[in-house]
Write a protein that binds this ligand. Structure first.
Ligand code: EPZ
Length: 420
């Protein structure tokens, strides 16, 4: 079993490059199914979730090749429209392949998606979008089958600005003749990146980043080339790492405009964050202060994925903070691990109350992807030795978290525990 061995309690100093965005590359890889030919995706991060997406494409008959950070997908000859249960069960984002398959093949089938245990993860908004465009939906036990003799563009209004449902609606709408208007769309930067890739395929998509996206579908598309944006949650992770341990760090390639709610919160807590030509620079000299009440929400509000990361940084500081989670209903599972490191935290319903307090080393297990990253950040501030297990969660979203934190000056190694 692998674990992170961390010696915490000392300030960081270093530079790290932010890799491509997982939550942008995933819908873009699904979109490569839309064209009969070879698309090229640059700055595609080497993560287990990305490998799952490439495995799905291969199972569907695509020729997939990776050369460093560049992935090439040739979707000229698809052999089916069914996603294997094992691959669907590994990652919730596997659901994004349904919209692209519906557009390309007129059908798609899969079991209900898996992924992080962040409470209920329904896909009712995805299904409603497909049905609105003309798809028939059959469910048999744990399996879902979508068919559409013909998809037709129309006005869709999402009851909630779901990221995945917005992306799936965009992908399915590319196969729907006429204009589709997606209202109350999610506005995340990853949606804008997906629009950029679809436009590179020749699709007529506009409005991404606003609450109304227009897709003129049913047009012939051609293979395209695109460069994935830097990962804004990885950026938030490294900003919070320096905030947690103290010191200074430079995040090469980071985009300040994608993380404004995070940099605002860290500045309020006492950090100095500057946009520089290389990306972002963060410094934390004195103690971190509590920032009172903060609430997560759909972009451009404070991102739910950064909520555990900020909590971990503030846990080792001083003062009071109350973080209310409005997106997922089980996103404080890391609080128990923070307590094991000496944090004074209390989860009550949708709010996590924390009082900054010196942290000490301990052994903790990652409950999910961002919770595992958060416990690692807390260990950087904790005096003494810490051990973080459950790295399979962390590796889904970070190419090599320990290497990047070491580049920032942390004393962290990936070790293997021989279990006899
Ligand atoms: C995306 O998940 C991200 N994943 C998540 O990142 C991120 O936390 C989330 O958006 C919010 O920003 C990817 O992009 C692969 P949603 P997604 O649909 O699309 C409810 C990470 O760490 N909902 O916006 O699943 C849902 O239960 C991951 O990289 C429905 O009720 O998020 C949740 O409460 C974790 N019905 C809320 O909406 C639906 O059909 C937000 O979900 C869909 C969603």
């Amino acid at each position: 079993m692998e674990y992170f061995a961390v010696t915490g309690g000392r300030p960081l100093a270093g530079e790290v490059r932010v890799h491509g965005a997982k939550n942008s590359a995933l819908p873009i890889l699904a979109a490569t199914l839309l064209v009969r030919g070879e698309s090229v995706v640059h700055n595609c991060p080497a993560l287990t979730d990305i490998q799952t997406a490439l495995d799905i494409l291969s199972c569907l008959g695509c020729q997939v090749r990776r050369t460093g950070e560049t992935v090439t997908v040739d979707a000229a000859h698809l052999t089916g429209a069914a996603i294997p249960d094992e691959l669907m069960g590994r990652m919730r984002a596997s659901v994004l392949f349904l919209g692209a398959l519906l557009a390309r093949q007129g059908e798609a089938s899969a079991c209900w998606p898996g992924g992080c245990a962040l409470g209920r993860r329904p896909i009712d908004l995805h299904i409603r979008a497909f049905q609105a465009l003309g798809a028939q939906v059959e469910t048999r036990g744990e399996h879902l089958r979508l068919t559409a003799a013909r998809l037709a563009g129309r006005r869709l209004s999402l009851p909630f600005p779901s990221v995945g449902a917005t992306e799936n609606a965009m992908l399915a709408a590319c196969g729907a003749a006429g204009l589709t208007r997606i209202c109350n769309a999610a506005r995340e930067p990853e949606i804008v990146d997906l629009q950029g890739f679809l436009q590179a395929l020749g699709a007529r998509v506009t409005g991404a980043g606003t609450e109304e996206i227009h897709v003129s579908g049913g047009l012939p598309l051609h293979p395209g080339t695109y460069r994935v944006m830097p990962d804004r949650i990885v950026t938030a992770t490294y900003l919070c790492a320096v905030a947690s341990a103290g010191g200074q760090g430079v995040l090469q390639g980071a985009r300040g405009d994608h993380v404004e709610p995070v940099t605002a919160a860290l500045s309020a807590a006492g950090c100095r964050v500057r946009c520089i030509p290389e990306g972002l620079q963060i410094t934390r000299d004195g103690s971190l202060r509590g920032i009172g009440a903060l609430q997560t929400g759909p972009y451009p509000a404070f991102p739910t994925d950064a909520q555990p990361l900020l909590a971990a940084a503030l846990a080792g500081g001083t003062g009071e903070t109350a973080i209310t989670e409005t997106i997922f209903d089980h996103r404080f599972r890391y609080a128990q691990g923070l307590e094991a490191l000496g944090a004074q935290v209390r989860a009550a319903g949708e709010t996590l109350y924390l009082t900054g307090h010196p942290l000490h080393g301990g052994s903790v297990e990652a409950p999910d992807l961002r919770g595992g990253a958060a416990l690692t950040l807390a260990a950087l501030a904790a005096e003494g030795e810490s051990r973080i297990t459950g790295l399979r969660h962390i590796d889904r979203g970070y190419e090599a978290l320990e290497q990047d934190l070491a580049a920032l000056g942390a004393d962290i190694r990936r070790e293997t525990l021989c279990v006899l």
